[in-house]
Design a protein around this ligand. Structure first.
Ligand SMILES: [Zn+2]
Length: 357
């Protein structure tokens, strides 16, 4: 079987492309530079363990879950400073914001822009960090932060988390505690039309659109550039498949990497399925090629070579079965050679063809 077919059927990236991808990722992690263009990437790095506070001094900042609007109203109807934070990623731009209330009255609002490559997670954390930094509460005032980002609150409560924004938040909470200001964290559900949370959401969205605003945070998350390099590697693999002189039948059946992934996840792999996808099955053409039989012509009336393609798409012997399948699933006969379409249909068709093969 050709390299093209082998890698595609098994949905395994060719080793040379994989090595290049990993090398590029590791280079950026180590040096903060792109491999070819020597472009500097300001990568978000975790805080080294040696720079963390002593374990005995690390705070475990728990959060409370609130689902009821009345409960939020009760909690904010007092002299405490209540801050609603939110982060947003919209049209590939990232923003963060907070709404500050006291006695259920709006007393301030702020928004911040992040670099476009930043994630929502970073935006949510930045919103909490900046809220705590920019408001200088008097001593002995209680500050309540309401966030709809559970992942951020989970990161904050994890005293071993080394994310730089999480460390900044925990340090700030510690500083405030020293002047007698206690910070309480609450998780509220997103999109429940709670007025202050909706305002924070709208403000964060507005921040994403401020194209000329100074970026308050621009570190690129590791996940972003890993994703970018994976996209590049996939593009190289796809181009190689398209241009390959071997494995044409496999590339025709599996035209994209997404299809390769679905073939694996929906059908699994079997000896017969591999034969169909590679075209290297016990067809007469194949047996003749290896001189096991003398004539590779199909037993039908077409006088054509009995290849997998012929059996699947043309052979009159299978015309009835093809007709039934195409009618039942609303596809054309040529669609039978495009597994992107077959696997996009219901599971019955994919499983049926998988087991029939
Ligand atoms: Zn035939």
């Amino acid at each position: 079987m050709s390299y093209t077919s082998t890698f595609l059927i098994n949905n395994v990236m060719p080793i040379d492309i994989k090595i290049k991808e990993r090398a590029a990722v590791e280079r950026v992690k180590l040096l903060g530079k792109e491999q070819d263009e020597n472009i500097n990437i300001d990568l978000e790095k975790t805080v080294p363990v040696t720079s963390l506070p002593h374990p005995g001094k690390r705070i475990i900042k728990e959060y409370l879950k609130i689902v009821d609007h009345n409960e939020i109203n009760t909690r904010i109807a007092n002299e405490k400073i209540s801050i609603f934070t939110d982060g947003s990623k919209l049209n590939n731009h990232t923003g963060a914001a907070c709404i500050v209330t006291k006695n259920q009255q709006l007393i301030d609002q702020k928004k911040w822009k992040l670099a476009d490559h930043c994630s929502v997670f970073q935006a949510e954390l930045l919103a909490i960090k900046m809220s705590l930094l920019q408001f200088q509460p008097e001593s002995n005032v209680t500050v309540q932060i309401f966030s709809d980002s559970r992942s951020s609150l989970e990161a904050i409560r994890d005293c071993n988390n080394c994310h730089p924004l999480v460390i900044d938040i925990n340090n700030r909470i510690g500083e405030l505690k020293e002047i007698g200001t206690n910070v309480y964290l609450y998780w509220i559900k997103a999109h429940t039309n709670y007025v202050w949370n909706e305002m924070a959401d709208q403000l964060a969205k507005a921040a994403t659109m401020e194209s000329f605003a100074v970026e308050e945070y621009n570190k690129m998350p590791v996940s972003t550039f890993k994703h970018e390099y994976r996209q590049k590697a996939n593009a190289e693999w796809t181009a190689r498949n398209t241009e390959a002189s071997t494995g044409r039948w496999t590339v025709r059946l599996i035209p994209s990497l997404a299809t390769a992934e679905r073939v694996q996840s929906k059908l699994g792999m079997s000896k017969l399925l591999t034969q169909v996808l590679s075209g290297h099955g016990a067809t007469r053409h194949y047996l003749c090629r290896f001189k096991i039989i003398e004539d590779g012509t199909c037993l039908c009336s077409s006088n054509k070579q009995q290849t997998t393609e012929h059996l699947m798409l043309e052979c009159p012997i299978w015309e009835n079965s093809r007709h039934c399948i195409t009618i039942k699933h609303g596809i054309s006969q040529t669609d039978l050679a495009n597994w992107h379409i077959i696997l996009g249909k219901n599971n019955d068709l994919a499983q049926g063809i998988g087991s029939a093969s």
